[in-house]
Design a protein around this ligand. Structure first.
Ligand SMILES: NC(=O)c1ccc[n+]([C@@H]2O[C@H](COP(=O)([O-])OP(=O)(O)OC[C@H]3O[C@@H](n4cnc5c(N)ncnc54)[C@H](OP(=O)(O)O)[C@@H]3O)[C@@H](O)[C@H]2O)c1
Length: 154
């Protein structure tokens, strides 16, 4: 599978890209400097030089991929909108990583919540931590499964 991964030189994206690479997938990674592009190449990842602000570049890379994983920046709404638009009606998979704290109980240490989140738990992100964006997923069903914002399990 050809997978486009943003943040491929970072902690989360780098771990995902490496695992996929080791499993035999063809990885194209977004890199925002020549130096990072070189590091990706050394790891068997094909670099694309650019940033999350370059919608044309993101669109092209997305259209040439079978799936897209976007762990570079949880708060970059513009990139998410671009990726979704590029994948619309394609049936391809888009995974956008967020952080577990968006489904926290906001107890702030004041009480012990009895809620246990599992992979099948439907959740609504905390209003205080939800970005001003609701996303629609490229595949029917995912939105209901993961809620209106977020996606991948870290
Ligand atoms: N690590 C965690 O435990 C954790 C938990 C919850 C949420 N998050 C969130 O998940 C995201 C990634 O975390 P991380 O720990 O993997 O961070 P990281 O190690 O700093 O990696 C971020 C990656 O994204 C790239 N990147 C960032 N902004 C970009 C932009 N505008 N255009 C192109 N590339 C960009 C960085 O490129 P460079 O290499 O050039 O800097 C790097 O490859 C962050 O938004 C973070 O807040 C992380």
């Amino acid at each position: 599978m050809r997978v486009f991964v943003t943040g491929a030189s970072g902690y989360i994206g780098g771990s995902i890209a490496q695992k996929l690479c080791d499993s035999g997938h063809q990885i194209v990674g977004l890199a925002r400097s020549e130096k990072k592009a070189g590091l990706l190449k050394e790891r068997g990842i094909t670099p694309i030089l650019g940033t999350l602000d370059e919608s044309r570049l993101l669109t092209d890379a997305t259209r040439r991929a079978d799936a897209v994983i976007n762990p570079a920046d949880v708060d970059h709404a513009g990139a998410v909108q671009t990726l979704i638009a590029a994948m619309e009606k394609s049936g391809k998979l888009l995974i956008h990583t967020s952080g577990s704290s968006i489904v926290a109980d906001d107890a702030c240490g004041e009480y012990a919540s009895p809620v246990v989140f599992t992979e099948d738990t439907y959740f609504e992100p905390l209003l205080s931590r939800r970005p001003p964006l609701t996303v629609a997923y490229a595949r029917p069903g995912l939105r209901r499964r993961f809620g209106p914002w977020s996606s991948a399990r870290q």
